[in-house]
Design a protein around this ligand. Structure first.
Ligand code: ZN
Ligand code: ZN
Ligand code: ZN
Length: 147
């Protein structure tokens, strides 16, 4: 999702914070994801990062995911999509407890952060560390086109 803090300086700071070297491909991945309203699918990333070899790209994605910078969502086709995390996420501790909305028409995955999520009433003995919410349907663009 678009955030006002997504300036190039912000990304350099982010990499510093996680003790990652500020390489051009890393910065490019971050700024590409930040520019998009939706999560970016792995094939899209590959074509957008066509100047970087795949192995390097996967390493970047893995390290970002490990560090709590980006999170992975699988769409309806089982393709991995990546989106930038909120500041709630830490190294090895993701807290992306927001709704992932997968449009059945354009297949875009939206991270919907600003929702009031229901509290879960779990049976005794269960302790929640995290959860994922996943919805399918039509995004605003596609529902407009249908009318
Ligand atoms: Zn996360
Ligand atoms: Zn759509
Ligand atoms: Zn998300």
């Amino acid at each position: 999702m678009k955030q006002p803090t997504n300036t190039p300086n912000h990304f350099e700071h982010l990499l510093d914070q996680h003790h990652l070297k500020k390489t051009a491909p890393r910065l490019k991945v971050l700024s590409m994801m930040a520019d998009k309203e939706t999560a970016t699918s792995q094939p899209d990333l590959e074509s957008l990062m066509n100047d970087v070899d795949r192995v390097t790209l996967y390493r970047i994605l893995n390290v970002f995911e490990e560090k709590g910078i980006i999170h992975k969502v699988f769409d309806l086709n089982g393709t991995a999509n990546y989106a930038i995390c909120t500041s709630n996420c830490q190294e090895h501790r993701h807290h992306d407890e927001h709704l992932h909305f997968n449009c059945t028409q354009c297949n875009n995955v939206y991270c919907l952060n600003d929702l009031n999520l229901p509290a879960f009433d779990l049976p005794p003995g269960f302790k929640v560390n995290g959860f994922t919410l996943y919805a399918t349907g039509l995004c605003p663009d596609c529902s407009k086109k249908q009318n």
